[in-house]
Design a protein around this ligand. Structure first.
Ligand SMILES: [Zn+2]
Length: 85
């Protein structure tokens, strides 16, 4: 007798950002306050923007980018810039 096994893959879109792991707090000169800084990977997931668009906003000076830990992006700037478009 043969047994059938059904395997279901569930893709969770929930983004978990833990303090001190992939998120750090830095002063953003554009926002003028201390903000949450995310890695490009997390910034893409959090804003649902393609990486290319995020880097275009950084180049345009609309989003603050820090060289810390291989590059961190200000989430507040990114949220503010998404409201404009
Ligand atoms: Zn900012």
């Amino acid at each position: 007798m043969k047994q059938r096994a059904e395997i279901t893959f569930e893709i969770e879109e929930t983004i978990v950002v833990r303090q001190g792991e992939k998120l750090s707090r830095e002063f953003c000169p554009l926002c003028g306050i201390v903000v949450d800084m995310l890695t490009p990977q997390f910034a893409t997931a959090a804003s649902k923007k393609p990486v290319r668009q995020i880097f275009r906003l950084i180049e345009a000076g609309k989003v603050h980018f820090s060289e810390t830990d291989g590059g961190l992006i200000c989430l507040d700037c990114l949220t503010a810039s998404s409201a404009e478009q």
